[in-house]
Design a protein around this ligand. Structure first.
Ligand code: ARG
Length: 460
């Protein structure tokens, strides 16, 4: 007999039993479910719906059940549908009819909303810690590579020389924004929906705020319909982690490119590469590729839940049971990805000489030559035109800007003087970009210090 079986004359079809049961995946919420039930029971006790003896018995039994589940002593039943009814049934098995009183003034609809919020709150904190570790590693690597010259790209064509530190610091900015998004999500998520009941609240004089406080919430939701039908907090989480994955994927894409024999900027550690079953020479950056691939999976989780929610009339609908697997999958995928990328970065070898070589060629110093003219009073647009012609001249003869003799320069524009060559070295190009946010080693060092301060003031 179902816990809700009173008005039914027939049993659930066995096909349906399997189809609608969620226990195979929502058992992951057992801890949060019991935590919520203990707080609910305590409040029922304090408003006199349960006697203090009943309250104690229920709480003790729930705590015992928690321990039993943790050590793997409990077998859940598909017939009991979901984690909420499984726990209620197990509780009743322990303490008899008293267990049936626990569900007074509560519905599975507010219960599941509560459990998912509690679960995500914890997982946001875990994700935050993983993100922090990655950011700290990037900051450390940046400090080590302040003078590792490398080419910067636009359109994947060489653009201007920068440093590896500057490149890494771009990712630090992205991951800092990700931290901010997680923090914002947590803030809006951290309200208790308990007391919303099935959708219209309850006739019992619940102390919603007290329960919320006991469960570590900052407050309570303000509308019972919304309390049970809102999954914005899960969507915000999925959106935030989708962006984290997008950032990881871009980083991994670069590492894949850089480890190719065309670039040779880095060598991935053997521990983070795999081989081929047929080509003996191969060493592939599979870990980075997988992170890039798993990004699609997390986007899928976000789109799936957005789609589940888009046509639902208020309030709860069973469609919403589909939220959990998407949330669990995204949590696992983003956390595993963050976990593996950090040591992959720490263990890879940077080939500074090849990077520096790459910074040369491709006329990466052409902007600096135009700037040289502009500083001598030539309007920048004209300077651009002059340097463009010089680049054309040199590229036809396979020369770099630094190879052209002064006389030739002066033929093309008389304002050129011998000091122009100083401005053409890669080192000078980078060191002169002192502007805040620029690649000069001092500027990057300031950015590192600024970011470290931001991390220390995070106040999570
Ligand atoms: N297993 C359900 C879910 O995950 C719990 C809520 C069920 N509520 C209901 N009225 N059927 O959404």
């Amino acid at each position: 007999m179902k816990l809700w079986g009173g008005r039914f004359e027939k049993n659930t079809d066995s096909l349906v039993e399997d189809f609608h049961s969620s226990i195979s995946f929502d058992q992951r919420l057992y801890k949060q479910d019991i935590q919520g039930s203990i707080a609910h029971a305590r409040m029922l006790g304090s408003i006199g719906i349960l006697t203090s003896k009943e309250t104690k018995t229920i709480i003790r039994a729930l705590q015992e059940l928690l321990r039993e589940i943790q050590v793997g002593q409990v077998k859940f039943e598909i017939g009991a549908e979901d984690i909420h009814l499984n726990i209620e049934k197990l509780l009743t098995g322990k303490i008899g009819d008293l267990g049936k009183k626990l569900h007074t003034a509560r519905s599975r609809n507010d219960q599941v909303a509560l459990d998912l919020r509690l679960f995500l709150r914890e997982e946001i904190d875990v994700t935050k810690d993983l993100l922090l570790k990655l950011i700290r590693t990037l900051l450390k690597l940046s400090e080590e590579h302040l003078e590792t010259w490398m080419p910067g790209y636009t359109h994947l064509q060489k653009a201007q020389p920068i440093t590896l530190a500057h490149h890494f610091m771009a990712y630090v900015q992205m991951f800092l924004r990700d931290l901010g998004r997680l923090r914002d999500t947590r803030k809006r998520l951290n309200l208790s929906p308990l007391g919303s009941g099935a959708m219209a609240g309850t006739t019992f004089p619940l102390q919603r705020e007290e329960v919320a406080q006991e469960l570590g919430f900052d407050g309570i939701t303000q509308n019972s319909l919304d309390g049970v039908s809102d999954r914005d907090f899960a969507l915000e989480f999925l959106a935030a982690v989708s962006i984290i994955m997008m950032h990881l994927s871009r980083l991994c894409e670069e590492l894949i490119l850089w480890s190719s024999s065309e670039f040779q900027f880095i060598v991935m550690d053997d521990g983070y590469s795999t081989g081929s079953s047929i080509m003996p020479q191969k060493k592939n950056p599979d870990v980075a590729e997988l992170v890039r691939g798993k990004t699609g999976r997390v986007y899928g989780d976000l789109i799936a839940l957005l789609t589940v929610m888009k046509g639902l009339p208020l309030a709860y609908n069973k469609d919403m049971q589909e939220d959990k697997e998407r949330v669990f999958d995204a949590v696992d995928t983003v956390q595993k990805s963050l976990l593996v990328v950090e040591p992959m970065l720490c263990t890879m070898k940077v080939r500074s000489e090849i990077m520096a070589l790459g910074a040369k060629g491709g006329f990466t110093n052409a902007t600096d030559l135009a700037d040289y003219l502009a500083k001598k009073g030539v309007p920048f647009r004209d300077a651009h035109e002059i340097v463009g012609r010089i680049v054309l001249y040199c590229s036809k003869r396979n020369l770099g800007l630094e190879d052209l003799p002064l006389e030739k320069y002066q033929e093309l524009a008389p304002v050129f003087e011998a000091d122009l060559f100083e401005d053409l070295t890669i080192e000078k190009c980078v060191r002169s970009r002192q502007v805040i946010g620029g690649p000069a080693p001092e500027a990057v060092m300031k950015a590192i210090e600024f970011s470290r301060k931001e991390l220390n003031q995070l106040g999570w």
